[in-house]
Design a protein around this ligand. Structure first.
Ligand SMILES: [Zn+2]
Length: 113
């Protein structure tokens, strides 16, 4: 279950950010997860609860925002919603596509006191 190690990394990011902002308490942790990031959101939410219990951020509320993927075709220049990482363009069927978003896994913000 790699979501558990991801949750641990997220707590590291939260800790660094909390120190940087001299926070006494972290109230909310907001995460952005792309649908093509290869992360199961409900498993991640469960893993966050599990690792938070043994951290200074036990009471922080976790908000996970799922990011809809978007790709652009280099051949015809049109944008489309890809269903997997290497989806071809639905307009011209070219595989020369670039994923613009949908793979992110990041700490969007934390709310501190
Ligand atoms: Zn195209």
């Amino acid at each position: 279950m790699h979501e558990l190690s991801i949750a641990l990394s997220i707590l590291d990011w939260v800790a660094l950010e909390a120190i940087r902002r001299r926070a006494r308490e972290v109230k909310e942790i907001e995460l952005e997860v792309g649908r093509l990031a290869g992360v199961d959101i409900s498993t991640l939410a469960f893993s966050m609860q599990a690792v938070q219990r043994y951290s200074p951020f036990e009471k922080a509320r976790v908000k996970i925002v799922e990011v809809e993927p978007l790709a652009e075709c280099r051949a015809c220049g049109r944008q489309f919603l890809p269903h997997c990482l290497f989806d071809c363009c639905p307009h011209c069927h070219s595989f020369e596509t670039e994923l613009l978003r949908g793979r992110e896994l990041r700490l969007k913000s934390i709310c501190v006191e």
